[in-house]
Design a protein around this ligand. Sequence first.
Ligand SMILES: Cc1cc2nc3c(=O)[nH]c(=O)nc-3n(C[C@H](O)[C@H](O)[C@H](O)COP(=O)(O)OP(=O)(O)OC[C@H]3O[C@@H](n4cnc5c(N)ncnc54)[C@H](O)[C@@H]3O)c2cc1C
Length: 386
Amino acid sequence: MIALTPEQDQFRRTVARFVDAEVAPVADALDERAEFPRALFQRLGALGWLGLRYPEAYGGADADMVTYCLFAEELARGSLSLAAAAAMQSLMGTYFVYKYGSDDLRQRYLVPALRGDLVATFALTEPDAGSDVAGITTRAERRGDRWVLRGGKTWVTNAPVADVLTVAAKTSGERGLRSIALFLLDRAAMPGIRLGKKIDKMAVRASETGEILLEDVEVPETHLLGGETGGVEKIGTILAEIRVMTAALSVGLARAAYETALGYSRQRVAFGKPIGEHQAIGFKLADMLTSIHAATLMTYQAAARLDAGRPIGREAAMAKLFASETAVRVTDEAARIHASYGLAMEYPVQRYFRDARFLLPGGGTSEILRVIIGRELDWDRGAAFA
Ligand SMILES: Cc1cc2nc3c(=O)[nH]c(=O)nc-3n(C[C@H](O)[C@H](O)[C@H](O)COP(=O)(O)OP(=O)(O)OC[C@H]3O[C@@H](n4cnc5c(N)ncnc54)[C@H](O)[C@@H]3O)c2cc1C
């Protein structure tokens, strides 16, 4: 772990106490109900944690990326569902209106969203276009002083409860990335935004996910965020943060699984001694801890680099790739250490095992991240680190 400032360290302790007292005890119940955890979500808003990355003028805390990662990590340790909902709200859901919206839009949408009074989300993925963003077909056509949006989005986090959505749509019929633009949609004020199927999924069940159908939704020109083209470049400006944040979520979940497995290894006896004293289990725990340590270093090194204003495209991709794969491996090993009890719904380890799958696609799949990291390899210089 990198050295934390006294403020960062104090903040981590505060979030950890909150998670231990208010989140971890209800995480299994949240998962079972598979409903948006509104009360806890609003608590995060009231505590000012949904606005960590935003200026104080909008109710934010102007916090650095390391602090934001501490928040994401600790929350994920308690409930990855809650952390996923909060991450969407505090990054993608609110980023584009802050960065490209007028002050009027910021006051109407950003300020209440940071308080936790409005739920905000981001809708890019479509049934036939996930990693291949150029393939989206949602269209935005100009009609007089308005835009009319038609199409369908899927895998939208918080869709069933979202009040405000940043939607990616094409402003011309050409294939490719150029004509993608971002629009801010208000569910209550703009007729034609319909909720499609809610996706019944195995991971992060209390972070609801669903389809959004856009049926000739009329959107005022002022809700076009940052021009008719260049939406992908705008998404690009926040991608590194999303990846580092997802790495922090991965570290948090992996820690929870490791701690559970360690406790079980001390208490479960087989062949006359605690199973942790059998070398096979001890080695598993050693490998789990080593991977978590490496993932933590990569995550916070990338976050600190971002805070220092240095480029982190490659570091963010590597941190997300390594940390999310670590979370998948560590949660799997934790379940194996529990053997049959790893399958039992009354033990949290099955939730960790399921939830880890969520960390793989968001912010780029492992395959896409390898493509990105590979693209940046500097064959001539040999050493890849600057
Ligand atoms: C719980 C959850 C919440 C989500 N929330 C949101 C959200 O709020 N908003 C939103 O817009 N999206 C959201 N997503 C969608 C997510 O971003 C996409 O699922 C992701 O981009 C991958 O797209 P896909 O599933 O269509 O996979 P595909 O792109 O179809 O990929 C299928 C497989 O092919 C591989 N592949 C694809 N292209 C290449 C290539 N060039 N080289 C090598 N391998 C390749 C992939 O790695 C993968 O293994 C969410 C997903 C989940 C699971």
